[in-house]
Design a binder for this molecule. Structure first.
Ligand code: CTP
Length: 413
C-alpha cells in the first residue's frame, strides 16, 4: 500500500500531470480513474489518462484545452469529451474526460443509458475492482478512493467483477478480463470465473455488436501475451461463443505473431486469421469478419490469409522453381505468408521470395518489343511474363538475352 506522498509522486510523474491539474483547479472535482490508477499502483506509467469529473466533462475539457492547446471532441450522449494535445506539448496523446455517472443496461450487450451520479456510483459501474479506483487530481495531497477492494485484488493478482450481472450487461468484459489477466499475470477470481463461464454458456458474447467485439478482440491480440490470452479464451469457450468458425489455437497465434515480424504482416491481423484458419470451412466466418467493421483491406487480408495459408504451407513444403514460387505467392497478403510459416512452411523460400524474387523485373518492356516490330497485342504481355519466369529460373542473363527470348515468344505466339 502506497503512502499518500508516494501516490502524489507517482501521479506527478505522469508527463504533463502538473499542468493538467493546474488547468482543472477551477473545474468541479476531478479524479484520475481506471487503468491509469491501476498502472500507477503497479509502478507502471499509464498509457493514457482518463479523468472523471463530478460535473460537466465538456466544460472541464474546454478549460484543459484552453491551457494545453489541442482540440476538444465532445460525445454528448455519454457525457464524455476527448482532448488530443499536439505532440509538441509532450503530454499524453489522448486525455479522456467523462462526467461521473451511473449506467443502466436496458438490453444485455447493448450500450447503456447513462445519467450523472457521484464518484462512488461511477466506480461501482465499472468492469473490475482493479479498474475501479480513483485519485483526486486537484487536492494538494491526492487521496486514493478504493471503495471496492481494488488494491487488495492488485496485491492478490485477481481480476474480479463488481456484481453478478457484469458480463451479461457488457459481454465485452469477458475479453477484457482475459486481456488484463494475461497482461498482468493475474488469475480470474473463482466467483468471477464462474460468472464468466455462465455468461459464455448463456450466449452473452453473441449479443454484442461486431464493432465492439473488434475493439476488444484486436486489443487482446495486440498484447505481447496474446497466445496466453487465446489459450484462456479457448478454456472459457469464448472463441466459439463469439463465432462458431473460431478455433483459438495458442501455438498458431504465437507462430503468426512471430512470423508477422519476418514477413511485414500486421501481427494483429495475422493473429486474427490464425483464429479462423483451423475452421475456415465453417460457415459464417466471412459474415462475422464483415461485422467486425475493421475496414475492407483488413477484412480481405484476414479472410484470404485464413483460407489460403494451409494450402500455401503444403505447397511450400514441396520443391518449387523460383518462377513457381513467385506465381504462388504474388498477390497473397503478408498475413497469409505469416500464417503459412506459422503452419510449418519452411522459412527459406518465403524469405527468398520476400527479399529477392518478388522484386525481380525484366530490363525490357512492351515498348522494346514494339520498337523491334512486334504488333501491340495481349500476346506481347504473355511473352514478357514467360520471359520473366525464365529469368527467375536463371535461364536468361542480360537485356539482349531477354529481348531475344521475348521476340521469339511474341512471334511464335
Ligand atoms: N470500463 C468498464 N467497462 C468497459 C470498458 C471500460 O468499466 N467495458 C472502465 C474501466 O474502469 C476502465 C476504464 O473504463 O478502467 C477505461 O477503459 P479503457 O480505456 O478501455 O481501459 P484502461 O483501464 O485504460 O486499460 P488499458 O490499459 O487497457 O487502456
Amino acid at each position: 500500500m502506497l503512502t499518500e506522498r508516494q501516490l502524489a509522486e507517482r501521479v506527478g510523474a505522469i508527463p504533463g500531470m502538473g499542468r493538467i491539474a493546474a488547468a482543472l483547479a477551477d473545474a468541479p472535482p476531478c479524479y484520475l480513474v481506471g487503468g491509469a490508477v491501476r498502472d500507477l499502483l503497479l509502478g507502471r506509467l499509464p498509457a493514457d489518462v482518463d479523468i472523471a469529473v463530478e460535473g460537466d466533462a465538456e466544460e472541464a475539457a474546454r478549460l484543459l484545452a484552453a491551457e494545453l492547446g489541442g482540440t476538444v471532441e465532445p460525445h454528448r450522449r455519454f457525457g464524455t469529451a476527448t482532448i488530443a494535445p499536439s505532440a509538441a506539448t509532450g503530454l499524453p496523446h489522448e486525455i479522456n474526460l467523462a462526467g461521473t455517472r451511473r449506467e443502466t443496461y436496458q438490453v444485455p450487450g447493448a450500450l447503456p443509458e447513462v445519467e450523472p451520479a457521484p464518484l462512488s456510483e461511477d466506480l461501482r459501474r465499472r468492469d473490475f475492482t482493479v479498474n475501479a479506483m480513483a485519485v483526486d487530481l486537484v487536492a494538494r495531497q491526492p487521496a486514493l478512493h478504493d471503495p471496492l477492494g481494488g488494491c487488495d485484488d492488485l496485491a492478490a493478482g485477481l481480476i474480479r467483477v463488481l456484481h453478478p450481472r457484469s458480463f451479461e450487461d457488457d459481454p465485452t468484459r469477458l475479453l477484457r478480463a482475459v486481456r488484463y489477466a494475461v497482461r498482468l499475470g493475474f488469475a480470474l477470481e473463482p466467483g468471477t470465473e464462474r460468472l464468466a463461464r455462465a455468461a459464455v454458456a448463456a450466449g452473452a458474447p453473441a449479443t454484442v455488436s461486431g464493432g465492439r467485439v473488434a475493439d476488444e478482440l484486436l486489443d487482446l491480440l495486440a498484447e505481447a501475451e496474446a497466445p496466453a490470452g487465446v489459450a484462456l479464451m479457448r478454456e472459457l469457450g469464448l472463441d466459439v461463443a463469439l463465432c462458431p468458425a473460431l478455433a483459438a489455437d495458442a501455438d498458431l497465434v504465437a507462430g503468426a505473431q512471430l512470423a508477422a515480424g519476418e514477413t511485414g504482416a500486421d501481427p494483429v491481423l495475422a493473429a486474427l486469421a490464425a483464429l479462423l484458419c483451423r475452421r475456415a470451412e465453417v460457415g459464417g466466418a466471412a459474415g462475422w469478419v464483415d461485422r467486425l467493421e475493421i475496414g475492407a483491406a483488413a477484412r480481405d487480408a484476414v479472410l484470404r490469409a485464413a483460407a489460403s495459408a494451409p494450402e500455401l504451407a503444403a505447397r511450400l513444403r514441396g520443391p518449387l522453381a523460383p518462377s513457381a514460387l513467385r506465381r504462388l505467392l504474388d498477390g497473397e497478403p503478408a498475413e497469409a505468408l505469416a500464417l503459412a510459416l506459422a503452419l510449418g512452411a519452411p522459412g527459406e523460400p518465403v524469405l527468398d521470395y520476400l527479399g529477392r524474387l518478388r522484386h525481380v523485373r525484366l530490363e525490357i518492356d512492351g515498348a522494346d518489343l514494339v520498337a523491334a516490330g512486334v504488333e501491340p497485342s495481349p500476346a506481347l504481355g504473355r511473352a514478357l511474363d514467360a520471359v520473366l519466369e525464365r529469368k527467375l529460373d536463371g535461364e536468361l542473363g542480360g537485356r539482349d538475352a531477354e529481348l531475344a527470348a521475348a521476340l521469339a515468344a511474341a512471334r511464335g505466339a
